[in-house]
Design a protein around this ligand. Structure first.
Ligand SMILES: [Fe+2]
Ligand SMILES: [Fe+2]
Length: 428
């Protein structure tokens, strides 16, 4: 519930906060019994233990999460013009999954900040029992914009030092959002992996820029991914808009989801958007040469995405960088030329690539893809962990059609279907 605070309430809050800080300073780490939902004699650590992370930012609302080591509500104060004059109170969900939670209590907080204004900068600060966090800033999506910058990467699991170095490179670029194509941790059911492999490397970025995620198979079906990283009330399939871009993230890994149903969700979302540029991310790629040799959605996916007007599909799963030449729509259908990219170089050990004539660029190197779009002009720079350029792509659209030089490099859809068919036998 959002509330406006009076100044007297603010000063009462400060006094209460000072008192609780004192208590925590005296006792250090609290040990609580009885009322704790985690059971008796579990250690609770003061302050924020994961995050904060911006899970979503729209024109008029934003979703955040963080984790605390102490049971009890937190308040997130926020506002424009450097005034933290509104707050939302959060009551945490106790996490009982994973080994870490058995040893030590953890409490996951998730909130939506409502009634925000488009294109505006907001500050926020989280306070709770015994702590007051730093002030962070984020910006809501503008009401209308021609320009947007964003980063896409994936498979950042297992080697936090590599992930951290990559995030350091990312921070050199001012972007509006980040998309991670999944595989965030080695084993999603091991709760203790989420801190070092995902939350800690993203510190200094995820507090101020939203990180959208297409769930990977390593997250698993244990519920930790959804509990930690899906905003309240949102499914693992979601779309968002930013200026000329519509982006849809889909879950193609959760057990029991039918590929044809997931594909139909993706297509329906793309068909419903009239954005200039339409992007889709899902974890397991549809076109892939090397790594897992994935062919997700075969045989309908290629024709479906072309017909729905999608421009780019970025996936992960195979730990390589590969950009395919655009895939042409079936003759006479007037659909889109779709560019398929596998960006699985976020931290995990790299796989082998099988360079193919259908590739535009391949590289076995940790990397991320940086997109800059200004109206009809799109630039993509794929940047390696050393900051060096791996790939550079420039496209323009005129009346909804990509530049002719690019289309001349296209692969006929029949050939790409044959390529997928061949790879069906090779994949693991
Ligand atoms: Fe994967
Ligand atoms: Fe992976």
């Amino acid at each position: 519930m959002n509330k406006f605070c009076s100044s007297s309430r603010m000063s009462r809050r400060k006094s209460a906060l000072r008192l609780t800080c004192l208590i925590v300073a005296v006792f250090g780490v609290l040990t609580m019994t009885g009322s704790c939902a985690m059971g008796p004699l579990q250690k609770q650590t003061a302050g924020i233990t994961k995050g904060p992370v911006l899970l979503a930012v729209y024109k008029d609302r934003a979703a955040l999460m963080w984790e605390t080591g102490i049971e009890g509500p937190c308040k997130l104060y926020y506002g424009g013009d450097r005034k933290l004059d509104r707050y939302v109170e959060s009551v945490p969900e106790t996490n009982q999954a994973g080994e870490e939670a058995v040893k030590k209590a953890v409490f996951i907080h998730k909130v939506w900040l409502e009634d925000l204004q488009a294109g505006r900068t907001y500050d926020y600060r989280i306070t709770g029992l015994g702590f007051e966090d730093k002030i962070y800033t984020f910006r809501t999506v503008p009401a209308s914009a021609d320009r947007v910058s964003f980063i896409v990467y994936g498979d950042s699991r297992t080697r936090p030092s590599v992930h951290r170095r990559l995030v350091k490179q990312m921070k050199k670029h001012k972007v509006d959002f980040v998309v991670n194509c999944g595989d965030l941790v080695t084993k999603g059911n091991k709760y203790e992996q989420w801190g070092p492999q995902f939350f800690e490397p993203l510190k200094g970025l995820a507090e101020t820029v939203p990180v959208y995620i297409a769930k990977g198979n390593h997250e698993g079906d244990n519920g930790n991914f959804e509990k930690l990283l899906m905003p309240k009330g949102q499914s693992n399939n979601f779309g968002f808009d930013y200026g000329p871009v519509h982006y849809f993230c889909a879950d193609n890994v959760t057990e029991g989801l039918k590929d044809e149903v997931q594909l139909e969700l993706i297509l329906a979302d793309a068909r419903a958007s009239d954005a200039k540029w339409k992007f889709v991310s899902y974890h397991v790629p549809s076109v892939n040469s090397g790594g897992h040799w994935s062919t997700w959605g075969y045989p309908d996916v290629l024709e479906g995405l072309a017909g729905a007007g999608v421009d780019f599909v970025l996936a992960g799963h195979s730990h390589i960088y590969e950009r395919f030449r655009p895939v042409a729509p079936p003759d006479g259908t007037g659909g889109n030329y779709v560019t398929y990219i596998t960006s699985g170089g976020g931290g995990a050990l790299m796989h082998s690539i099988k360079p193919d004539a259908y590739h535009a660029v391949t590289k076995k190197k940790h990397h991320f893809c940086l997109f800059n779009i200004d109206g009809n002009k799109l630039t993509m720079d794929t940047i390696g962990i050393d900051g060096r350029l791996i790939d550079h792509l420039e496209l323009t659209k005129t009346a909804g059609r990509l530049n002719r030089e690019y289309l001349r490099t296209a692969i006929p859809m029949e050939e790409m279907l044959a390529f997928q068919r061949k790879n069906l036998e090779r994949q693991d």
